[in-house]
Design a binder for this molecule. Structure first.
Ligand code: ADP
Ligand code: ZN
Length: 721
């Protein structure tokens, strides 16, 4: 059997991803390999497929018990005999596994490193008596002090090459910085290893960073559009995971906390419930996630600043393993950076401290970035990427700039007059001529006091942030950060340099970069239920039966026979034989009932499909597209679901619906609560409705763009504006 045949037969996939094929070929040629691939890239397949093709046993070293169980379940469901040995098992279970091993009935054996080299362990001798043909070391960065997840027991793996000198080793990791890479190669004693580095770009993830203000409300606004989705929310402290989970529960979300301080059985239960879609949201410290294979995590939120880019990228990478559009959002406050700095100092180790601080600095730079975030992230991993990715907050925002030299001069001279001794809040109040007692009497006598009264507080705050990002101001790293001038300030103050600032930020209207397929939503629901029932029956998480992406393909292409079903991604021979009919029947019934036929011939490889859907000009189609949203809405679908179904942003759908408010076919109160209308109306009356961003900024987080759009449409209809 060739590798590609095995890919289809055992895994149900029709093409290799990244460099999987070359990596697999190297292993089959008995060569050592180091594989760097992003989370969700498809690392496991690189050793699982050779394991199937090779005669003998593949040993997989993996750090986490949870991961092992998951992988073993997934392999068994695909008809590949696999097992793990770890401390959670009874002696009886372990004896059964060794019998199966002796009889060559197992293709892959998962182990934690400490099992292999434990002092009294006879395991090594036993393994050496078996026909071991491949050793895979997962999460290989755990061997390095420089990595973000050093595990001392990984150091013992150096002994593997001595114990099994003729067995090829494949080391795999999603962490790619140079130091770690070098460490892995040295410490594992790999023989003439070939290093495969895949692109770290995760094209289906959209990256956003927003300034942290009222974080809970900001989170609710984000979750509001994602009520049915699974997500992970990361917090820095154990306590905050618990309180946030409790708050979310109160708001009606299926949320649970997860951190290292919880009882093991509580952790296991929570994890299991999350995998089974019974818990939608995990609020976790970074203790959670490594080894979480759940493929339909739709979003990852960071409520606090991560310590370094490596960790952040791994954590965000847990979203969208199934390849469907997913979101990463980070709430940033400079205060967090100051807090973390204290933690970054490693006692008695100035070198290590310096590295940690540098990494934290990079993380802060990422948050304050005024450029494509994806490009920055990939550059961090030594990869070039064009400047406009189309799916990060920067690339999705249309910026209008204006000459803000005068504004900049006012801000800089205020900082200078205040002797560079005050923070942003004070400077803003001073500029606006606040009568508050907090402003010192002597400052109220200065000429600069009140020279910025014509600009609103939130606007001033944004301008100061931007001036800082542009290097005209700097914020000190102290406990109480103050604004200071920089080398660049003087030219502006003397009128030698012009400054441009962003006038307002138009909201996202672009289509997401990844195409969402037009699928039959009712059918998808039915298929989900079938999957849930099968999963319960087989006692595994639903996504191990089939991924969301597979279900979505079925609901899109409506396969009418087993042969057609085979073309759906994820259906290997075993899955087809085991579950094919169970899924086929409802698809056929649904199609018959609705007069639909198979669209399987439309299924083209992903790459071609993407090329075809380069952004289409929408002007001619806008009324049709609005109508489609309106029809779906009238059919009772929530906005979030319409958005997913149509592959558009929820704000776009809200825009469509507003058009019908304007036409008088929909009541404004369908989208906005009665009591919220006067406030929006007020602001629109005084600011106009040309730009929504300033209105939103004044109204704050309690009001969504959708609500503002709806009220504006309604006011237009009434001739109020
Ligand atoms: P990683 O270990 O790199 O984070 P996984 O090995 O868990 O990633 O793979 C992520 C997902 O991609 C899994 O659901 C896996 O089955 C799927 N996958 C892997 N290779 C392919 C492929 N060639 N085609 C389609 N899906 C794949
Ligand atoms: Zn971008």
């Amino acid at each position: 059997m060739t590798p590609i045949q095995a890919l289809q037969k055992y895994f149900g996939y029709s093409a290799f991803r990244h460099q999987q094929e070359a990596i697999i070929q190297h292993i089959l040629d008995k060569k050592d390999v180091l594989t760097l691939m992003p989370t969700g890239g498809g690392k496991s397949l690189c050793y699982q497929l050779p394991a199937v093709l090779l005669d003998g046993l593949t040993i997989v070293i993996s750090p986490l018990i949870a991961l092992m169980k998951d992988q073993v379940d997934a392999l068994n469901v695909n008809g590949i005999p696999a097992a793990f040995i770890n401390s959670s098992q009874s002696t009886q279970e372990q004896i059964e596994i060794s019998t199966r091993l002796k009889n060559n009935q197992i293709k892959l054996l998962y182990l934690a490193p400490e099992r292999l080299f434990g002092k009294e362990s006879k395991l090594m001798d036993f393994l050496k008596s078996l026909p071991v043909t491949l050793i895979a070391i997962d999460e290989a960065h755990c061997i390095s002090h420089w990595g973000h997840d050093f595990r001392p027991e990984y150091l013992m793996l150096a002994g593997l090459k001595t114990e099994f000198p003729n067995v090829p080793v494949i080391a795999l990791t999603a962490t790619a910085d140079k130091l770690t890479k070098k460490d892995i190669l040295e410490k594992l004693n790999l023989k003439d290893p070939e290093v495969f580095i895949s692109s770290f770009n995760r094209e289906n993830i959209t990256y956003r960073v927003i300034p942290k203000r009222n974080s809970f409300n900001q989170l609710l606004a984000f979750l509001d559009e994602r009520k049915e989705d699974s997500g992970i929310i990361y917090c820095l402290s154990r306590k905050s995971t618990e309180s946030l989970a409790a708050d979310l529960k109160e708001e009606g979300f299926l949320a649970e906390a997860y951190h290292a301080g919880l009882q093991n059985d509580v952790k296991a239960r929570t994890q299991e419930a999350f995998l089974r879609d019974e818990v939608r949201i995990i609020v976790a410290t970074i203790a959670f996630g490594m080894g979480i294979n759940k493929s339909n995590v739709r979003y990852v939120v960071h409520m606090d600043l991560p310590k370094n880019i490596e960790g952040y990228y791994q954590e965000t990478g847990r979203a969208g393993r199934d390849g469907l559009p997913s979101d990463a959002m980070l709430l940033f406050s400079p205060g967090d950076a100051i807090k973390l700095k204290q933690f970054a100092m490693v006692e008695d180790n100035p070198d290590q401290s310096r590295i940690m601080l540098k990494k934290l600095d990079d993380m802060v730079n990422y948050c304050q970035l005024h450029a494509c975030r994806r490009q920055f992230l990939l550059k961090y991993f030594d990869e070039d990427f064009p400047a406009n990715c189309g799916s990060c907050d920067f690339c999705l925002t249309e910026f209008t700039k204006f000459d803000a030299t005068l504004i900049a001069q006012k801000a800089l001279s205020a900082v200078s007059r205040l002797k560079e001794r005050f923070g942003g809040a004070y400077v803003v109040d001073f500029l606006r001529g606040s009568r508050s007692e907090k402003i010192r009497e002597e400052h109220k006598q200065l000429k600069t006091y009140g020279i910025g009264a014509d600009i609103s507080k939130p606007e001033w705050q944004r301008y100061l942030r931007e001036l800082t990002a542009m290097g005209y101001l700097q914020v000190t790293d102290d406990m109480y950060p103050v604004l200071k001038l920089t080398k660049k300030s003087e030219a502006v103050l003397k009128g030698l340099e012009k400054v441009e600032l962003v006038a307002s930020q138009t909201i996202e209207e672009h289509q997401p970069a990844t195409e969402a397929l037009p699928f039959e939503a009712a059918l998808l629901n039915e298929l989900r239920n079938i999957r849930r029932d099968i999963a319960q029956h087989e006692n595994v998480p639903p996504y191990i039966i089939l991924s969301d992406a597979s279900l979505q393909e079925m609901a899109t292409y409506l396969p009418q026979s087993l042969d057609e079903l085979r073309l759906i991604s994820g259906f290997g021979d075993i899955k087809l034989a085991r579950y094919g009919r169970e899924f086929l029947l409802p698809v056929k019934n649904y199609s018959a009932k609705n007069g639909l036929s198979s669209k399987i011939t439309h299924k083209v490889p992903k790459r071609e499909r993407k090329a075809k859907t380069e952004r289409t000009a929408s002007s001619g189609r806008s009324s049709d597209t609005a109508k489609e949203s309106f029809t779906l809405y009238r059919a009772g679908k929530p906005i979030s679901e319409i958005a997913t179904q149509r592959g558009l942003a929820p704000t776009t759908i809200e825009g469509h619906l507003s058009f019908y408010i304007y036409k008088g076919e929909m009541e404004v109160t369908e989208l906005v609560k009665q009591e919220k209308i006067p406030a929006i109306k007020d602001i629109v009356e005084s600011y106009g409705a040309e730009k929504l961003a300033p209105i939103k900024e004044v109204l704050g987080d309690d009001y969504s763009y959708g609500e503002i759009k709806a009220v504006v449409a309604w006011m237009r209809k009434n001739g109020d504006i």
